[in-house]
Ligand binder design. Sequence first.
Ligand SMILES: Nc1ncnc2c1ncn2[C@@H]1O[C@H](COP(=O)(O)OP(=O)(O)O)[C@@H](O)[C@H]1O
Ligand SMILES: [Mg+2]
Length: 680
Amino acid sequence: MAAAKAEESQLIADIEAKRESGDLSFAKLRTDDRVLARITDGIYRQPSSALRELISNAYDADASRVIIQTDAPRFSQISIRDDGNGMDVATLARLIHHIGGSSKRRWEGAGNTTNTKDPTRSPAGRRLIGKIGIGLFSVAQLTRHFQIVTKVAGSNFRLVAEVILRTYEEDSIQGAHSLSAEEPPSQGDDKVKKEGGESEKADKEEEFEKIESGEVAIRSVPADDLEAHGTEIILMDLRPLTISLLRSGDVWKAVSGKSVDDSGIMLMQPTPRFHIGILDDREEGYALPPRLPWENSDPPEERFSKLFQAVVEEVGVSSSDPKLELLFDNYFKAIWSLSLAAPVDYLEDHPFDLDDNSEPDIFELHPFVPGQAKALKLKLGESIRKRLELKSPERGANTSEFRVFVDDIELKRPIRFSKFPASRHAMKTPLVFVGKADPDLSAISEEERGGDLEFEAYFLWSPKVVPRENTGLLVRIGDASGTLFDETFAKYQVSEITRLRQITAEVFVTKGLDPALNIDRESFNASHPHYQYLSLWVHRSLRQIVNTLKYLADQLAQEAKSQVSEAKSESLKKIVRNAVKNASGESIKEAVEVVIATDDVKQLAVARKEGKLALNPKKVFASANFKKGRRQERENETFRAQIVAVAQVLEAYGLLAGLTYEQQEEVLKSIVAIFRIDGK
Ligand SMILES: Nc1ncnc2c1ncn2[C@@H]1O[C@H](COP(=O)(O)OP(=O)(O)O)[C@@H](O)[C@H]1O
Ligand SMILES: [Mg+2]
């Protein structure tokens, strides 16, 4: 340990001593355990995972803007530039010597990477995403050669660190593409390039060789703008496999019918609706021009909205249920994943900023109180956030803005709470359910739970979720996430497939849960108490939501039925009126009033004296076989009204007048029996 510390101090001194001359300082990457090997062991599966980590680092460094340039569709080089705090010499030296040992969340990071008052927060107060200290080296999955250019405010130089990662076999430090004093980086570049050119081998190898070590050359470059600050990571010489993936090689192969799976079955795929085109063989023009959802003249802020809108408008065009999997090439898929993962703003309002004017109806969740969710009646102009005292997203007081641009597309969280696609579903109004929790977990030992848990959440129900990939549960720690939507809702066991497919849910964890996060940040340790509580809360919420949905659907059905029965009784009245008019020749004559509501002899007599046609229902409806139940009652009522109308028509033509009361009852009883034959 002491030796390592001395080495780190030595590196710092060396960089500082060579500041004026601009000479290179050399160092070897150091990891405590073989973390670097694990990083390249395939824990980060998608190229976008590496970009996600770099965006997270910019966020942690209090940046307000991140600019990513991918050089699409060539992808010769990718750069990620932020306007964050940058790294001073000591922070850079630490990074080199402590891969797998982040200074975030430790007091030693105070002032540089962490807040002086709270090591779990950035200097400006953001909840830190980074923790383990391997994120930066996830770029190993894309390239073995990259550069870090960084500057802190107030310094008159920037630091340029050139990193070369080496595989286990290439043992010699002075190996073919190592950085050494005799070989300045520019020449090193060439060598790496040449090696990258031998792409045949790498292309075939699905498995990526494990990287075990790496070297860094650092120099100081004078900078004019004293106050400038930020970091740029430049990924050079991308691996052939990475380039092929980014160019959607696999997708186009499947489109052309040249893709065969393990069992020899041909994988066919339609041409993606949106793609960045295919380069011709000379990589100068297009073999297939791109198909983009925006115009070249559209500003970055509008492009993502257009992309989202284009997906929504696919409903009923290419599919009734659009899926990104088939709509997008790999480039657009990566853009979309990044926009979901990064702590950026929503396309429109944050769900917690919906108010009384918003399209969805709003409900409050109390998942551990039995029954339905409570309708939240917001006052004029009152937001959900204000009413329920919600704080997500917290992005630090001074640096609330965080914007990410990829190739002139500004990323926005691809979830919208307005302009829902048209639907034939009976329930047309979308619903938003909101809740929060700060459970008392003190019964679990501190060691086991690792601090407190606190979160806020919403569940959006809408008849059709577009795209399909937006259904499920997405858990954010702070405002960032490494996962996509979990369609199983943390393994909810109740079969409510239809309703669950209509729900988009996000949980914003404001305290805790990161101890439950797996190293790749893309999955959770399901046995951790924080995750256990969170999933139970989600499951109970789902139950409450489903209860509410069922109740609302029931009410809608009742309303629809009562509308029908109202219409029916209007029609009956019209029929009777016509009969009276035809029979009497007088249009103003009223139909006789019919009472079939009591078997009380006295009451029947009174009604008859008043000139009404009064009949005993027990007799008339003896064979009606009315079924019991709330839903049935409406039908029964309609039938009774029909028999009353029959009686009124008969009476209008004088057909009941000459009969005894008993005979009148018999006539109607027979008519009832005729219409209620049940075939037995
Ligand atoms: N964009 C950046 N701006 C400032 N510092 C950065 C940036 N990227 C990386 N760093 C530094 O490098 C360290 C290692 O980053 P990383 O490997 O992602 O691990 P972690 O984020 O878990 O600390 C960070 O702790 C930080 O000090
Ligand atoms: Mg990080």
